[in-house]
Ligand binder design. Sequence first.
Ligand SMILES: [Zn+2]
Length: 505
Amino acid sequence: MSAAGAGGVAPVPSAAGASLDAPVGGARSSRDDRKLLNPPPSAGEAKPRRVHSFSWLRGRLRRLTATVSPRVAGCGTLLEESVTKTEGAQLRRRAKVDAATGEASGASHHWHGVETCGSVWACPVCSYSTRTVRAAHVREAVERWGQARCGMLTLTIAHGPTDDLRAMLRGQSAALSRVTRGKPWQRFVAAVGLEHRIRGCEPTHSDTNGWHPHEHCLWFFRGTDWRQRLHARDAQWGMVSTTRADGEWDWAERPKSDEARGELIAAGWQDACPEEWLIARWQRCVEAEMGPRHRPSSRVGTRLTRIHDDGRYLVKLGLELNDPTKGKKGRKQGSRTAWQIAQDWVEAADKRSPAAKRDAALWCEYVGSYKGMRALTWSRGAEEALLSAATLAVAELSDEDLAKAEDQKDGDEDEVVLTIARDDYAMLWSANLLYRLTRRSEQPDGLIDLESYAAELIEQARAIERRKWQRTTGALDYRLAKWGEDAYDARYDGGDYPRSELLSA
Ligand SMILES: [Zn+2]
């Protein structure tokens, strides 16, 4: 099951959460095999980590991401007003209803009244809840309009390992708005019967080619004959293969040499064939905005394809996240999404290794570059035309407000399964152990003894905090012993504590 396929909106994917504690036959035996081949690391060595859930990942990434996007750092902390209302932090159970059948299908657990950063790019939890809703909207739009009348346009540019992601994103956006301006564009729209557009993106990174930010546009056409319209004049220019039974336009028939291309272009080929026009226009606009170095290739720079039932178009729009808890299966060789980079960094046993440092830098570059961008852009009037009135009200919310709305639905009908003191919640949040409570509560018999399990975790969190505190005060003692009073840094206590107390702690 894909992460966003559940239909319901839960901050933590329940299926993945539930399966983690239960030993799975196959997985267990292959792990044992590996243990035999690779002896476990000795006690002193750091162990590689596994991603448990989106909220766990958020906790692990918190400090790294906060250097670029400080808002993310507070995601998941308790909101002041909810604490005063409920006298503590509440874990609540919300029954899930299957959208298609209207029947109850399981339940999800969430903490009531917590802060949501709403970052669709940098926060795994908010990103997951926002994108799941957006994906449902796009799916609704496609279903209402008719899949046969939709096409997916992919636009790429030439790029290299040294190119700056933010500059490329800006250039690409500018080039795309240049494409969709002016009289020639109006003529193209009329010729192919284009009605609405939705734009999204999905950046990937590879070591050989650097960042690869694709522009993906979902196009909604007036008729089902849009492909015929795009290629209506191809036959006149000899672009249709006689060997193809469907009589469709064929890459094989395109001119191979620059000379042949030049001749056709001089004769007005690109103005006559809509798809050729689009390819040429994208090339011209990219060159005008970003310079000749980024000029897209005429072969892969522009792709307009049909969409299929498999939901690949949602993945391309960046709306379906790879479930980070599902391991590394299904990755394209050499090319990683930003989430996969984050996952690799989190899982790295040694954060000071060159690979881990590079992943950290890449993640920060990505977060900084996408900050402030919207997950999806609908062309003017598209939302009103494609969505039902009820969906429209939700779709018009900003990404940030949507994440809030998803997390803080009033939820008075939700059942409270556990209440813990706010300090204990803060302790668990800080030690990144909250996910374990949520995970346990979602197991079939998880609600039995949930309270004693919580007490156990709070103890663990206290121990972790105590160790952190000892490290801080230890460093302070060391500095004072070595360099004397001058080494004392007032930033460490913010003026709240008398220094003698700090030292005796
Ligand atoms: Zn968040």
